[in-house]
Design a protein around this ligand. Sequence first.
Ligand code: A3P
Ligand code: MG
Length: 359
Amino acid sequence: MAPMGIRLSPLGVAVFCLLGLGVLYHLYSGFLAGRFSLFGLGSEPGGGAAGPAAAADGGTVDLREMLAVSVLAAVRGGDEVRRVRESNVLHEKSKGKTREGAEDKMTSGDVLSNRKMFYLLKTAFPSVQINTEEHVDAADQEVILWDHKIPEDILKEVTTPKEVPAESVTVWIDPLDATQEYTEDLRKYVTTMVCVAVNGKPMLGVIHKPFSEYTAWAMVDGGSNVKARSSYNEKTPRIVVSRSHSGMVKQVALQTFGNQTTIIPAGGAGYKVLALLDVPDKSQEKADLYIHVTYIKKWDICAGNAILKALGGHMTTLSGEEISYTGSDGIEGGLLASIRMNHQALVRKLPDLEKTGHK
Ligand SMILES: Nc1ncnc2c1ncn2[C@@H]1O[C@H](COP(=O)(O)O)[C@@H](OP(=O)(O)O)[C@H]1O
Ligand SMILES: [Mg+2]
């Protein structure tokens, strides 16, 4: 007998408890699902917060819209990069060391640009996988709405929408390329970049120079606002190479093309791809080839690879393999980028780095 004369049947208590547990489970799972779909649980390269796994319901995204948002993201990120540099308060930190022992630096410019770029793309395309160089702090999230306007220059070149399955898309963001040079106030080398790969193939790329406010974009089988130059020197090429992660690149270049070849050390993978193109920006040096021999990450090169591919050029490993922009974030085999040249003939000319010990 219970107090106050109420009799509790054991079966009634059990049913009541089960009902209670059911209600709690329902509420809690809905709450968790809501939170996790917002912030993402995926572990993706670079430690940035990934969105939810791409649309499991077979949804599609329009690559022309993705191009418009990518250009906007690169420009908005670039505004942050410029603002931080002009404030002279960079909050420079080291993320560790590269394999070769160089400092892997990060600044407020990287972090703030990353936040703008990531959330613009994530809000516009919540179902696609986004891989970014910097960590995105889920507690510091921002909803940045896109006004759904596609700029005239894009509409003129890319005349129809291009729908692809959302789950086939991987976006790569570099919120500040040439961070080392940014800390040295070598502004011309700095870019922000967005790349969209479909089934691992680079499809569209945006490279933006925040300090000269120049933006190059191109879409494979779509269009571009930038083109190749009319001629290139294949015999004694001017070769643009890294100034801060060079490894043995100078030896490799001279051994392959002879002492007449000019080596141009420069910062940033975005800057070095632009050096191969017809870019009106006055601060941009020009080169015939881009060679890199040390390890490099996909967010550094995907946008340049997409632009070169869209314009009929090539970016491969030094042994001529195409690079797949899904999965792991690193590239082991070096880089060779060319346009309007016989790329395979260049590959055959290069020494095997494993054998010569030039890696
Ligand atoms: N050996 C290496 N290990 C890691 N990152 C490398 C690298 N070589 C180049 N990179 C990255 O590739 C970009 C271009 O390098 P470089 O200016 O030397 O050509 C830079 O990106 P970030 O500035 O975005 O970090 C740089 O950090
Ligand atoms: Mg980079």
